[in-house]
Ligand binder design. Structure first.
Ligand code: F6R
Length: 611
């Protein structure tokens, strides 16, 4: 998500940190900052906005010193402001740290540390780590490394932490629990970065820290420990990639990288939102139970891929809460004179948070007295200012124009929200909530399993890349997947593709079927399975090529498929989270077969800010 750099050596740290941060700009960020030690003191500079704003700031001030850390932030907790930009410092200004990830128990720790007299200067989860380390050093009179080793046992969630202390101005201490972080040493210098591009200028021999490891990085030397404090011998990896390949993490395109980031994205979007008692915890949603009980109708408004997430969410919300759900394309919504009042809850979905039609739709809904919750991936985006509550997806910046990982994150967030409504309105048995959450927690590993289909999908793409038309069919939540599969394919490969509810096929679109036309059928949840099989029979009877996305091990599906893409089973309402992935891969590989650029399809923009 965010970008981290660290340097300790003989040269001035500032230009090297800025250069490293520039190398990470491609990832997207909303603020940036550095901390440098000179003469036993830490100086920081932090700025919201582009790196240029930080560069202007550091050019105005003198920040000498040969050890420092830098960070480009993609906001998750607390908006993209100067105060929330990293590095964060402790009360005494002795420790500075930067962080990637999400500290789940930040609120509990903040309350505890505040009671102990610590003063907080930001709204971030990260700052608690600085104060926690300060309090440990104060209590134990220990080194920075010892304090970090103790802090990692207290911090819950995901973190790559990179810390410096003016009391130990010769070292950077790094800790990893999940988000990747790389360390390295070369002639008289020590280096840290979240991504390889930031290091390539200095070294090609790097040490990617393993999960639950701490490193001490000195001038020309790195020592690595496990979380128990035992020294370990880390493997050194030689990087062959050029800069462009390094930016894409070795993948050919950002889109493919983002598809492969999805296990982590699902994990991050769930993080901190499921408590140990098997209940949904949404700290961001602060309506009281009486207001939630009073909801008579939910209206979902969105565009494009986000609309498809809303289409799947309609099923979950109605099933879990028994509240009727209307689904509207945001561009149509306010022109149809919709019936809205204060008992309506409107859900606006926009990964960018800037889609003009979606913003206009939720503003209209607010004028009509409805409550609005926004689902977005961008902290500080316009939609967050207009909504009454915001549920963030934690997908990290998405660079490919076609939405992939943000779609999966939306599906996860919307299912959590639907469960939350069911839980708070008591329309769901606690046992059912807990069971569904357990199924959701299994999803990141299942997403990983689906990604193993890569080679099979690549072969299918070769086979069908020359098709002129594609039809995608599904039923129930599978219809949303079919529509999304068709959208992905048409927007990047420029092949004409239609997504259809399978039962609707015979009312018109079946006329398009002839021998050789590829039909992708999404075989979802149990109760519609037999009906889907019957629809696939209809398709086969017209000589079409059948590509099935089906539950693993189903012989009936195998018998009908020209190309079978098997996915693990989950609860039917969660199945879009798995079923979409082979279709994303199919669109991607067909586009590559055609020699087209998947990251930058013609005529499309990542953020659609005009009506
Ligand atoms: C498709 C795609 C678009 C967006 C649509 C809405 O891959 O990216 O269809 O989904 O423009 O964008 P957001 O979610 O930002 O409102």
């Amino acid at each position: 998500m965010c970008g981290i750099v660290g340097y300790v050596g003989a040269d001035q740290a500032l230009p090297l940190l800025v250069e490293g941060m520039e190398r990470l700009e491609y990832r997207g960020y909303d603020s940036a900052g550095v901390a440098i030690i000179e003469n036993g003191k830490i100086a920081t500079a932090r700025k919201a906005g582009r790196l240029d704003a930080l560069i202007d700031e550091v050019e105005r001030r003198d920040l000498p010193g040969t050890i420092g850390i830098g960070h480009t932030r993609w906001a998750t907790h607390g908006g993209p402001t100067d105060e929330n930009a990293h590095p964060h410092v402790d009360c005494s200004g002795t420790i500075a740290l930067v962080h990637n990830g999400i500290i789940e128990n930040h609120d509990v720790l903040r309350a505890r540390l505040s009671r102990e007299g610590h003063r907080f200067a930001s709204a971030t989860d990260t700052e608690v780590a600085a104060h926690l380390i300060e309090s440990i050093i104060h209590e134990r009179s220990c080194s920075l490394r010892e304090a970090v080793l103790e802090a990692v046992d207290v911090l819950e969630g995901a973190f790559a932490l990179v810390c410096i202390s003016s009391d130990e101005p010769d070292r950077i201490v790094v800790a990893r629990q999940e988000p990747p972080i790389i360390v390295g040493a070369a002639d008289g210098i020590g280096l840290v970065a979240s991504d390889i591009p930031a290091l390539l200028k200095h070294t090609r021999d790097v040490i990617p820290l393993d999960n639950r490891q701490v490193a001490e990085v000195l001038r020309g030397a790195v020592t690595v420990f496990d979380f128990e404090g035992n020294e370990v011998e880390p493997p050194v990896v030689h990087v062959e990639w050029d800069m462009e390949a390094a930016e894409k993490g070795g993948y050919e395109d950002f889109m493919l990288k983002e598809i492969f980031e999805q296990p982590e994205v699902v994990r991050n979007t769930l993080r901190g939102r499921v408590d140990l008692g098997g209940r949904v915890r949404l700290d961001e949603v602060h309506w009281d139970d009486e207001t939630l009980q009073g909801i008579t109708k939910v209206v979902v408004v969105a565009c494009g891929t986000s609309f498809h997430a809303g289409m799947a969410a309609k099923h979950s919300i109605e099933h879990y809460t028994r509240i009727p759900v209307e689904l509207d394309l945001a561009s149509e919504f306010r022109y149809r004179d919709p019936v809205l009042d204060e008992t309506c809850l409107v859900i606006g979905i926009a990964q960018s948070g800037e889609t003009a039609d979606t913003l206009a739709a939720i503003r209209y809904a607010k004028e009509m007295g409805a409550s609005v919750v926004a689902i977005t991936n961008v902290v500080g985006s316009s939609i967050t200012r207009d909504a009454d509550a915001v549920l963030f997806t934690h997908a990290g910046p998405e660079i490919g124009v076609a939405a992939t990982k943000t779609f999966l994150a939306q599906l996860v967030a919307l299912n959590l929200f639907a469960l939350y409504l069911g839980q708070q309105r008591l329309s769901m048995e606690p046992q059912k909530v807990a069971e569904t959450l357990a199924a959701m927690e299994a999803l990141p590993d299942q997403v990983e399993e689906v990604l193993l289909l890569e080679d099979e999908v690549r072969r299918a793409a070769k086979r069908y890349a020359d098709a002129r038309d594609f039809i995608f069919i599904g039923r129930g939540v599978g219809t949303a997947v079919a529509l999304e599969g068709a959208l992905k394919l048409k927007e990047i490969s420029y092949i004409h593709a239609e997504g259809y509810p399978a039962g609707e096929l015979k009312h018109g679109a079946i006329a398009l079927l002839e021998p050789g036309v590829p039909v992708v059928a999404v075989m979802t949840g149990a109760k519609l399975y037999d009906k889907m099989l019957a629809n696939v029979e209809e398709v086969r009877a017209r000589g079409a090529e059948v590509i099935l996305v089906a539950p693993r091990g189903d012989e009936r599906a195998r018998a009908l498929a020209d190309q079978l893409l098997e996915v693990p089973s989950t609860k039917p309402l969660l199945s879009p989270i798995l079923d979409t992935i082979p279709l994303q891969l199919l669109a991607y590989f067909i586009t590559k077969e055609k020699g087209l650029p998947p990251d930058k399809p013609r005529n499309l923009a990542k953020s659609v800010t005009v009506e």
